[in-house]
Design a protein around this ligand. Structure first.
Ligand SMILES: NC(=O)c1ccc[n+]([C@@H]2O[C@H](COP(=O)([O-])OP(=O)(O)OC[C@H]3O[C@@H](n4cnc5c(N)ncnc54)[C@H](OP(=O)(O)O)[C@@H]3O)[C@@H](O)[C@H]2O)c1
Length: 274
């Protein structure tokens, strides 16, 4: 059976892309960190292979014989560019020319260092595989769903900043298409959701859908640093603080035309996935 290699397959995005490929009847070779649980795939026809993205151990074996590679980097990873080069080099060495990179909306936004690493990773991949396809997703609706359902969305930036968040399953459906259909060589697609909403509007819509109050709150940066940010190393924490400052100023807004066209339908709205 044709198999697609999904890098980071045990993570949030990797699991969604894996599900979308399986739903199309495509076999998945799931690159997971050695020792990481592949229990997420119990019962699915998924072939888990151990890969260390930092050392490169297991990469060549993982890539050998697949029809395509879906590459995503661990979030705010300092070696994102080197990891992308390693994965692309392995694909070239094994003669796999269909390569899709999961980038981010506005990778060249200089106010966010981790976005700039995605821009550089895109360039490095295309220098090795000119026909690589690049997907640039907006922030996922799913980042805020659990908070909405728990009745309180708290963010360390202005609740009045605007976002065109996107359904992760829509992104995964597009990923599965471009990995298995012709016509996307060398393409770059912005994948933004269909509506511009502030976080305050998302909370109000969630409240209407759920039939109970959903509060919205701005967390002070010092509380974020002492709370969720305390688990991170200093560099990752500073990069996320830069992202919050950018969100505070500009939100994160893109165009949903490509997503609508690739899906052949309207992308999912926030209120449809709460
Ligand atoms: N969240 C969003 O709204 C959004 C929007 C656009 C783009 N993105 C981008 O999407 C990408 C994926 O995000 P995500 O939230 O899905 O990430 P995630 O859940 O953290 O998944 C990353 C995966 O990479 C694996 N990994 C980490 N270090 C590794 C290593 N050394 N060797 C092998 N595997 C390793 C992790 O393995 P373990 O499971 O063992 O930890 C995890 O399964 C990121 O680059 C992010 O910037 C995210």
């Amino acid at each position: 059976m044709t198999e697609v290699l999904v890098i980071g397959a045990a993570g949030k995005t990797g699991r969604a892309v894996t599900r979308a490929l399986l739903a199309r009847g495509v076999g998945v070779r799931a690159a997971v960190r050695a020792g990481s649980s592949s229990a997420a795939y119990a019962g699915d026809p998924v072939h888990a292979v151990p890969v260390d993205l930092v050392s490169g151990t297991g990469l060549l074996r993982a890539v050998a014989g697949v029809s395509a590679v879906y590459h995503l980097a661990p979030n705010v990873h300092p070696d994102e560019v080197e990891i992308a080069e390693r994965v692309a080099d392995a694909a070239v060495a094994e003669g796999v020319s269909r390569f899709v990179f999961h980038s981010v909306l506005h990778p060249d936004d200089a106010s966010m260092p981790h976005h700039l690493r995605k821009a550089e990773a895109e360039k490095s991949i295309r220098a090795r595989i000119a026909g690589a396809t690049v997907l640039r997703p907006a922030a996922y609706h799913q980042n805020l769903v659990d908070a909405a359902q728990a009745g309180r969305i708290a963010v360390p930036y202005s609740p009045d900043a605007r976002f065109t968040n996107v359904d992760l399953d829509d992104v995964a459906e597009v990923a599965a298409r471009v990995l298995t259909e012709d016509g996307h060589d060398g393409a770059t697609y912005d994948l933004a959701g269909p509506e511009r909403l502030t976080v305050a509007q998302m909370a109000a819509e969630a409240s209407t859908v759920l039939g109970r109050p959903v509060a919205v709150e701005r967390i002070r940066l010092e509380d974020w640093v002492a709370g969720p940010g305390a688990e991170l190393d200093a560099r990752a924490r500073d990069e996320l603080l830069a992202m919050f400052a950018s969100y505070d100023r500009d939100g994160l807004v893109g165009d949903s035309t490509a997503l609508r066209s690739l899906l052949g339908r309207d992308p999912k709205r926030w209120r449809e996935i709460i």
